[in-house]
Design a protein around this ligand. Structure first.
Ligand code: SF4
Length: 370
């Protein structure tokens, strides 16, 4: 039997573009959406990895739930025909609380999705307006309820901190509402200002009043403490799960395993039987992507060989983010000793892991170790 693989599908459309977003997403509607859905299905049908079972499936974006039920499920059918899910396969879709309802969730659950990841971001309408999100705080609670009623017993919410004008008091209120929903997983994101976003232009003009470093550390620490007290474990630097609810798809990335990516701008990392491990990125724009699929042209516009050194570096950088840390065999003892003395690293049972203090300096630790 062929070995199972993680499968990612990128749906690049959103109702509108959020001010901070530098993901490969487009506020497009109409014919291009339908054309891109057909192109994604065709890409999957022609996949060189067809027949390898799926160990996890993840629909991300963009906003997968911006697609109609029919469009979303057509892609889903193409995926499971090409990659029959293994027993117990985790099958996730990201969802925007403003683009879902009970009927869509029920259809998704019935088709085979078993995990929902909701882009909540904040429970304050003023934050959501500032972020250009299309949903309101009340939509998040309604979406979690609808997901539960549809039979989803594995629900994540994404929450953002370090937002413009955000105070520690406002953050605490956010955490109160987030934890009151009793979801199974929480992913935490610190707002970063990326070039080519409208937030970047505002930032250059001094129009974004962002919390300073000290406030950001306090917000992060508060979330970690509250999550632990609510029965979550912090299995990754920004991810918290109830027992057994760790995101298995993301763990494949953090463990440096293979993953097949489909759709505009999707990234994959696969093993070529002759050339070794490589990473590819698909054409990003939906029209360029669809043109290439329809013409039978190559879809990857970037392809990078991952030699032993690159793989080791990535394993260290990604593994460090995990609570269980990284195998000491991948590390030089000198820097490990120095970082342990500084209080940023611990070593146990042949693995080195960040301490609570070290989590604030993950990039610095990684740089020293590689
Ligand atoms: S919903 Fe997500 S992907 Fe879409 S524009 Fe907003 S941040 Fe970007």
């Amino acid at each position: 039997m062929m070995s199972p693989v993680a499968v990612y599908v990128h749906t690049p459309f959103c109702p509108s573009k959020c001010g901070y977003c530098d993901f490969n997403s487009y506020a497009m509607q109409g014919q291009i959406v339908e054309r891109t859905v057909s192109a994604i299905c065709a890409e999957i049908e022609r996949s060189p990895w067809r027949g390898r079972p799926a160990k996890t499936i993840f629909f991300g974006g963009g906003t997968p739930t911006f697609l109609s039920e029919d469009q979303l499920l057509r892609i889903f059918d193409a995926v499971i025909r090409a990659h029959p899910p293994v027993e117990g396969c985790e099958i996730t879709s990201e969802a925007n609380p403003g683009t879902v309802d009970a009927a869509k969730f029920s259809a998704m659950r019935e088709a085979g999705f078993n995990r929902i990841s909701l882009g909540a971001q904040s429970f304050l309408d003023s934050d959501l307006i500032a972020l250009d999100r299309i949903h309101k705080a009340g939509d998040i609670e309604r979406a979690v309820d609808a997901a539960r009623q549809a039979g989803f017993d594995n629900v994540n919410i994404d929450l953002m901190f370090a937002l413009p004008h955000q105070s520690l008091v406002a953050w605490r209120k956010n955490l109160d509402r987030a934890f009151s929903l009793e979801t199974d997983h929480l992913s935490l994101y610190c707002l970063t200002i990326e070039p080519n976003t409208s937030f970047y232009k505002k930032h250059l003009k001094g129009q974004l009043d962002l919390p300073d470093d000290e406030a950001q550390v306090a917000m992060y620490d508060e979330c970690c403490e509250r999550a632990l007290s609510k029965g979550f474990s912090q299995y990754e630097i920004s991810n918290f799960a109830k027992p057994g609810r760790e995101c298995r798809h993301n763990l494949c990335y953090w463990y440096g395993e293979e993953y097949a990516g489909y759709g505009p701008g999707a990234v994959g990392s696969m093993t070529d039987p002759i050339g070794g491990r490589y990473r590819y990125t698909n054409l990003k724009h939906p029209e360029r992507f669809s043109d290439a699929v329809e013409a039978g042209d190559r879809l990857d516009f970037e392809r990078e060989s991952l030699d032993g050194d690159v793989l080791r570096t990535e394993r260290v950088m990604l593994g460090l983010r995990l609570n269980e840390g990284v195998s000491s065999e991948l590390l030089n003892p000198g820097p490990v000793k120095r970082l342990i003395e500084r209080g940023w690293l611990t070593e146990r049972d042949g693995r080195a892991a960040l301490t609570a203090e070290g989590r604030h300096f993950c990039s610095e630790v990684a740089l020293e170790l590689i």
